[in-house]
Design a protein around this ligand. Structure first.
Ligand code: LUZ
Ligand code: MOS
Length: 751
């Protein structure tokens, strides 16, 4: 089935926040933000700005009717800074004007004096000063401390990975419209409508039922709108409440880049111990997560780093510890993979390090330690239905790995100024919110009396195709044509208390809820048909919009069935609720079964490095991916392609730079490079693993949003192998992204 949005997208008719027609009298909000990263506000002078024609109001923290508090996990983040500033770009005032242009002009007229305080931008420095968001956490399996003496080889080192800008095409924004009786309708470009509703209620000091959040779709989220869409929605609602007029806040790209958090940079220590036959006997790692100036989702992200610290390998003795370090950067936040990639990168670095010293290919180590059924993860879950070995085997055979390796070797022998590198990257990603209580969803289904169907769920469409999948679920349960089904906007009045669309789990959670609702309706319809047609309930079947008696088609079509049920006063609406079974987790002992299942895959990456210029191209990315039984191959392949390229961007070229004072230097698309059409792999092959799929995946079609991002990690090691092929003096470093500058330095590094 084609993506239901493709026609609208291509014709420019799809509705994003800025496409919502503005009501007469709509005002525009722009944040005035801090120009230093840490300090105490001494004085703010906005008298000139206030007098500018078209400026309606300058809102300060004192105008907030409820709590000046937007923290999602911990209450540690003000909407508008009152006294102390914690990061460069922190909102201090909200300017409301007749147009955004006027508001921007007014912003330039505001002056502020701040008593500056010391700025910390580095996670390890924050840890040294004991500035932590929360106490550290440790996952442990076996006894690594006692195991080192049994290891034939031990290697230790440091691996750093940098942040990543979400760069959703649609920037953050919201539009608030005052309704009667102090209610507000809030259109928000958010992955988490309920989070927006809850925090807005808190800031305005009103109950949640006064706020209706409505989301048609997002122009991309990638995690950046899981928690941080809230800020802007709350600002719009605050303006609308104080002025009783519609208020829109829609961020300029550079404001968005400066004021919002990104993927967390990590600096990590690793220690890996291997036996003579290359079994990983012990692994220790300490992760220093750069959380930024407030908790945001950092504690949960830190947790997922620990969950994925051993990637696709079984290691019998593991001890991994993570610190969430408080710095003066914008609060870092969810980003596709949610800390998982940062954890996986470190063990891959440890393996690359070991292989380098032992003068073997990393894949010999990788292959010997792949996870198998019955293995225990460091957090206690027992691996089952493991597919990593199958994807690995398939990748090797389908893509003729040995031939590829030979070609690379020959190329490197024959070429002086160009070198190729190859790597393998296995992935295993746990599916479920790691916080068990978040794993539930609801769906509301109406069958209208003409037989057409309206579906509302808690899922937010952000380009990932979840709405198309929801249509497929309803169409398959009802056995009707997809054109009978309309996907409604995501709206907190229709579907309440939702978890954000995140964790790759949106189609599973909302799809299962929808399946439950549809099945309940089908049951009622079957009873109706049975009663009127005199067929035993067990013999009635609805198929392809007809009622069947056993396998014989009756006269009754879908329309007749619905009409009759309606006249029989049968309820044609249903609210389905789903909560993932099986999963549980005990934080006290750091053991449990947090994931419904895992997604597996293996990628082969081949690169060519230009050893004069330090530039590189990704020649090929060849993937065997475990889709389960994909319910929509086009959409799912699109997710794999997009995620893999995003992962490559993170590992190779996207370089977020803050200076020592905490100012974002890579603050626009001229200074922050993301993969373009020239930097995607020249050859991108995706093979589906033959598998039955998993019962807890919707229609056995596994979650696909985040896992393939981690294929991109392979690019780092492929480039490194090419650099090694050119320069025997190159000293192994794990400092992503591997930018052309770093490649060049590596190519000409001396003994
Ligand atoms: N968000 C969240 C996520 O709140 N919890 C998670 O476990 C998660 N995992 C991936 C992406 N977003
Ligand atoms: Mo996400 S990182 O699944 O919002």
């Amino acid at each position: 089935m084609k993506n239901i949005d493709s026609r609208g997208h291509v014709r420019g008719e799809s509705i994003y926040l800025d496409d919502i027609p503005e009501l007469r009298g709509t005002l525009h909000g722009v944040a005035f933000d801090s120009t230093c990263a840490h300090g105490i506000i001494k004085n703010i002078d906005y008298s000139k700005a206030e007098k500018l024609a078209g400026v309606i109001k300058i809102i300060t923290s004192k105008d907030i009717p409820g709590q000046n508090q937007i923290g999602g996990i911990f209450p540690d983040e003000e909407l508008l800074a009152e006294n102390e500033i914690h990061f460069w770009g922190q909102p201090i005032l909200l300017i409301i004007a007749e147009s955004q242009k006027i508001a921007f002009k007014a912003r330039k007229l505001i002056s502020i004096t701040v008593d500056e305080l010391p700025v910390i931008v580095d996670a390890r420095e924050a840890k040294a000063q004991n500035k932590l968001v929360m106490p550290p956490r440790t996952f442990k399996l076996g006894e690594p401390k006692n195991k080192w003496k049994d290891c034939e080889f031990i290697f230790e080192g440091i691996a750093n990975s940098n942040g990543q800008e979400h760069l959703y095409i649609e920037t953050q924004g919201a539009y608030a419209v005052p309704m009667e009786n102090d209610s507000i309708r809030l259109y928000s470009s958010t992955q988490g409508p309920t989070a927006v509703q809850r925090i807005t209620a808190q800031v305005l000091g009103i109950p949640m039922h006064k706020i209706e959040v409505d989301v048609t779709r997002l122009g991309g989220g990638f995690g950046g709108k899981e928690d941080q869409a809230t800020t802007w929605a709350v600002m719009a609602a605050l303006g609308a409440t104080l002025l009783n007029r519609p208020v829109k806040v829609s961020l300029h790209r550079m404001d968005d880049m400066r004021m919002t958090g990104k993927r967390h940079p990590y600096s990590s220590d690793y220690k890996i111990g291997l036996s003579k036959d290359l079994k990983i006997l012990a692994y220790e790692a300490t992760f220093y997560q750069n959380a930024g100036a407030a908790a945001d989702l950092s504690p949960a992200i830190m947790e997922r780093t620990l969950f994925h610290a051993t990637n696709s390998y079984f290691v019998p003795n593991v001890e991994v510890t993570a610190y969430s370090c408080k710095t003066n950067l914008p609060p870092n936040t969810a980003f596709r993979g949610f800390g998982g990639p940062q954890g996986m990168y470190v063990i891959e670095a440890a393996i690359a390090h070991a292989a380098h010293e032992l003068k073997i290919s990393p894949r010999e180590i990788q292959e010997k330690n792949l996870l198998q059924n019955g293995n225990e993860f460091p957090y206690g879950q027992i691996a089952d239905q493991v597919e990593i070995g199958n994807t690995w085997k398939d990748a090797k055979s389908k893509f003729e790995l040995e031939k590829l390796e030979k070609e690379v070797a020959i190329f490197n022998k024959e070429n002086k100024h160009f070198k190729k590198g190859i790597s393998l990257m296995p992935i295993s990603f746990g599916i479920s919110f790691t916080k068990t209580v978040m794993n539930h969803a609801r769906a509301l289904v109406h069958i209208y009396q003409d037989g057409s169907i309206g579906v509302s769920t808690g899922a937010v469409e952000m380009g990932q195709g979840v709405n198309t999948k929801m249509v497929q679920v309803a169409a398959s349960v009802f056995s009707v044509n997809a054109n009978k089904i309309k996907l409604e906007t995501t709206n907190t009045t229709r579907v309440a208390n939702t978890s954000p669309s995140a964790a790759s789990a949106t189609a599973d959670l909302n799809g299962k809820a929808l399946e439950i609702a549809c099945n309940a309706l089908v049951k009622r319809l079957i009873e109706t048909a049975s009663k009127h047609l005199g067929i035993a309930i067990s013999d009635v079947k609805i198929q392809d919009e007809f009622v069947y008696n056993k396998n014989i088609k009756t006269e009754w079509d879908w329309k007749k069935l619905i009409e009759t049920a309606f006249l029989d006063r049968v309820c044609l609406s249903e609210n389905g609720h789903y909560a993932t079974p099986i999963i549980h987790y005990n934080k006290e002992i750091e053991k449990g079964h947090p994931f419904a299942y895992h997604v597996y895959g293996t990628a082969i990456t081949v690169v060519t490095v230009d050893c004069i210029r330090g530039r590189y191209e990704i020649d090929a990315l060849k993937i065997v991916h475990d889709f389960g039984k994909s319910m929509n191959t086009i959409i799912d392949r699109g997710q794999v392609e997009g995620a893999a390229v995003q992962g490559i961007g993170w590992m190779t070229m996207e370089e977020i730079i803050y200076n020592a004072k905490g100012k974002l230097i890579s603050n626009a698309l001229s200074t922050y490079k993301i993969p373009d059409i020239y930097s995607v792999p020249k050859e991108l092959l995706i093979e589906q693993l033959e598998t039955q799929g998993h019962e807890l995946a919707i229609l056995k079609s596994k979650a696909v949003g985040e896992p393939p991002l981690m294929y991109g990690i392979g690019a780092y090691f492929a480039i490194q192998n090419a650099v090694k092929a050119f320069n025997p003096n190159y000293k192994l470093k794990f400092d992503a992204p591997f930018t052309p500058e770093k490649v060049l330095m590596g190519l000409y590094e001396k003994e």
